[in-house]
Design a protein around this ligand. Structure first.
Ligand SMILES: [Zn+2]
Length: 136
């Protein structure tokens, strides 16, 4: 993206209003859909997150970024201006995850599976074409 940068930017993305912009300078895993009650509450529906190495994250603009402490172990990153959900991160780990819908170009990312299918909402069906990672 930036021809003057000597490191390749693999992914760019951001929130709806632009108060958060990021680059991920490394690989991003396939995304995992989560049907748990917590994710459906936080996102308004099923969530989807794709893991990457947290050291590959470069925040180009972060004045909108707020971290919500979900539990003793995890934080959720969102834009305080427009409400876009962007990141999930364990408090102590080298990986974190991005919501694939916030990527400018997610063409290289696939849906790798789904989890917490037993906790899904009553208002929608499970897609059997997506691998159930709880069963494997
Ligand atoms: Zn925003």
């Amino acid at each position: 993206m930036n021809a003057q940068s000597d490191t390749k930017t693999d992914y760019c993305g951001g929130c709806h209003c632009g108060a958060v912009r990021y680059e991920i300078n490394g690989p991003v895993n396939d995304t995992v859909m989560c049907h748990c009650n917590l994710c459906r509450k936080l996102h308004g529906h099923v969530s989807s997150y794709a893991r990457f190495n947290r050291h590959d994250l470069v925040l180009i603009r972060d004045d909108g970024l707020r971290w919500y402490r979900l539990s003793e172990k995890t934080d959720r990153g969102f834009c305080k201006e427009c409400g876009t959900g962007l990141f999930w991160r364990p408090v102590r780990a080298d990986h974190m995850a991005v919501t694939p819908g916030t990527l400018d170009d997610s063409a290289n990312i696939k849906t790798g599976g789904q989890i917490f299918c037993a906790d899904k909402g009553d208002y929608y069906p499970i897609d059997p074409a997506i691998r159930d990672l709880d069963q494997s």
